[in-house]
Write a protein that binds this ligand. Sequence first.
Ligand code: KIV
Ligand code: ZN
Length: 510
Amino acid sequence: MEANNLKISKKHMNLPEKVKIFDTTLRDGEQAPGVALTTDEKIQIAQKLDHLGVSTIEFGFPAVSEGERESARLINDLGINANLCGLARVLKNDIDALLDCDLSYMHTFIGTSPLHRDFKLKMGKQEVIDKAITAIEYAKDHGITVEFSAEDSTRTEEDYLIEVYKAAEAAGADVINVPDTVGVLVPTTAKQLITSLKKELNLPISVHFHNDFGVAVANSLVAIEAGAEQAHVTVNGIGERGGNASLEELVMTLKIAYGMDLNLDTTQLFNLSEFVARITGIKMPPTKPIVGENAFAHESGIHVHGVLENAATYEPIAPELVGHKRKIALGKHTGANALKAKLEEYDIEMNEDQFNQVMKQVKALGDKGKCITDADLKAIAITILGKAKEEAIKLLGLSVMTGESVSASATVKLSINGNTKETSHIGVGPVDAALNAIQDLVKDTTDIELEEYNIEAITGGTDALAEVFVITSDKDGNKATGRATREDVIMASVDAVLNSINKIIMIKES
Ligand code: KIV
Ligand code: ZN
């Protein structure tokens, strides 16, 4: 049975018949600090957005560089279904740069708030209106679609804002966009503003909400309830400062809670999110709604029991709907049902006594606050079943050198399936050097990446015991934790990494 009680009453809403999704990942998303996309990356993201089915893709700002213009031309040549939009200030040069790329959709803006008028533009109210009119008329003379934004609209005097938008409408704009440039709206004010603009304007209204207070999606939803026909979003909500309204959150809420048909292939969402996170380097927290690693993960015995009987008990939507996967996680809250399901998933059969031993170890690890990966569980089960082979990799020797103004280096000697191998590596410190050497030595057996490294001193003093916890993964997606406690930090790190690599090898061979 599906979760079917999510639809909300639309009685007091002015919902539009259709809501368009305008994606600005490649423009506002790229303005997130540290993000710079190559032309090729922009092309790949644009293609994925087009497969998802968004109505407009704002690819960038043609006036800023030749690279931006090249991206525009190349994406244009793909013949995508979405409108391809470029950003332009209300300046002839910016508009010419956009026309030069043969774009037929322009998003143009000028600041309207007192802060922008007085400090950034140093223009009076009428001058701002005149600039907007000239730009819109110039673009319309060239036959393109014009979406007009009053930048910082939400800190602009409301009567003046209406005057600006009415002037834009009269000048021939096609869409009025309302940017909450510094994310100061809350749902109540967002609804009031859009309700009042809807009364005054005839053009479709679009919203572009930033997430400084974490309410950009909620604000976009109430704006739509008040009649906004379009919402600007970015994949994973990336963008300036706290980012923009998140595409996946807005789309899924409209689809599931509001029952709106957006004509999007939502099964693409998880893949798109992962791709953008990888390309931009902005990783999503595990708790990120819809696309986070834990968005469909269940650990507590009570929840897992419910989900195994009927997933809708603890899931508002099915993970497949967004291309994600349900995950039964193991930890201190794990119940017998979850463990049984996990062991069945891996075709591991055991008697009651063995099962109880596995459960005891899982709980003991969970009590220490540790996560238990699937590879960990398999390694525990294989050991309890007595099927564990001798560890494939053993440490035979280690020496490190470190100091001031020289690179740290480490020489590591390992026995790998009985063969002795030795190598030296440098690193930013002795631990890094030793781990680099291990990675190099084992690469023919298994290609390992260190995903997480944590160190904790568990007693005080210079001879404190150090506990190192790591997670490594291989290219097939196997992940295992490793832990070790020693007086020597470097030895603890090496032991922990070898512990996790041995688990990955063990489950691959089992
Ligand atoms: O947030 C904003 O105000 C913008 C403008 C370019 C419209 O992104
Ligand atoms: Zn913005």
